[in-house]
Ligand binder design. Sequence first.
Ligand SMILES: NC(=O)c1ccc[n+]([C@@H]2O[C@H](COP(=O)([O-])OP(=O)(O)OC[C@H]3O[C@@H](n4cnc5c(N)ncnc54)[C@H](O)[C@@H]3O)[C@@H](O)[C@H]2O)c1
Length: 341
Amino acid sequence: MNYKTLDPSKTYLITGAAGFIGYYLSRKLLEQGCQVIGVDNVNDYYDVNLKHTRLGNLEPYENFTFINGDISDKDLVMKTFEGYKPNIVVNLAAQAGVRYSIENPDVYIQSNIIGFYNILEACRYNPVDHLVYASSSSVYGANKKVPFEESDFVDNPVSLYASTKKSNELMAHTYSHLYKIPATGLRFFTVYGPMGRPDMAYFGFADKYFAGEPIKIFNNGDFENDLYRDFTYIDDIVEGIERLLSNPSEGDVQHKVYNIGNNSPEKLMVFIETLEKALSKALGREVQFEKIFEPIKPGDVPATYASTDQLQKAVGFKPETTIEEGLQQFADWYVDYYKLK
Ligand SMILES: NC(=O)c1ccc[n+]([C@@H]2O[C@H](COP(=O)([O-])OP(=O)(O)OC[C@H]3O[C@@H](n4cnc5c(N)ncnc54)[C@H](O)[C@@H]3O)[C@@H](O)[C@H]2O)c1
């Protein structure tokens, strides 16, 4: 393993900078003195206050420039590339969420397909050292063979969200092949942590608990055959991305896809119990959710489980934060941010 560390003299364009992962990545690069151009349309898919809080934490950095814009606006994307000449681009802007894609397909095509196409076109006319972009573990669909490996067959997505992410991988491959764009796709596995996404289950469970409402668990109430998720702590995701930034793949077609997951799936019920314990500790009193069990939702998959061998081989790193540590960080932040103590 021979990988290059982050180059602080480069200019980094990060789309989705007001988002969960984009915010933490931007902060980490800014702390190391990099020039960061953040782009985000600050949409209201979830509480915009959280996005403004994240942006508020980035704005004090002198080397941070924020552009409030939509990547589906080709003119804006082209002008941003022409104006700032980024060396390294990280495309994290996307419409996320599996379930929402069933009711609101349009925005997925707009942001994830047209938006990503615009990023590729911009890289074609404004050559970059590396384009890193977010894919998702959801491309594995209902695959039974675990752990999921990058070489597995992933042509059976079970949600439109997953189809857009798989399409991104295909589009990136083509652009990389045709226009020699070094590109890396990252299949993230259920990322969680402080200032995370309120649309994700762990955050929603905390919201419901403090609203005095029961939580709904979509696992058929079958603990023997519970859902398994490979939960990945935000700091591990950021470390993985950071290590890859200066290391595009080599070869004829400079395109590669990596899993970034914890390589250690947990039963959903164990995750929920761990969250109860973490909130109990953060509050100093016992927390127990009232639970309602429901059938598994369309588009949801029974298990996610990442093989991280490829990532480890490329950059000598694999996520290892336990859910006990990670959920405690989340619970402490949640209780403090919403002033619940
Ligand atoms: N968090 C996870 O568990 C997870 C798992 C797999 C993949 N991903 C992918 O990682 C990326 C980042 O996810 P996240 O969890 O930080 O999500 P997020 O929703 O918090 O961040 C995405 C950001 O992009 C912005 N955005 C959306 N559409 C845009 C557009 N058309 N133009 C400009 N900005 C736009 C949003 O306002 C948001 O701030 C996404 O591509 C997501 O699909 C995340």
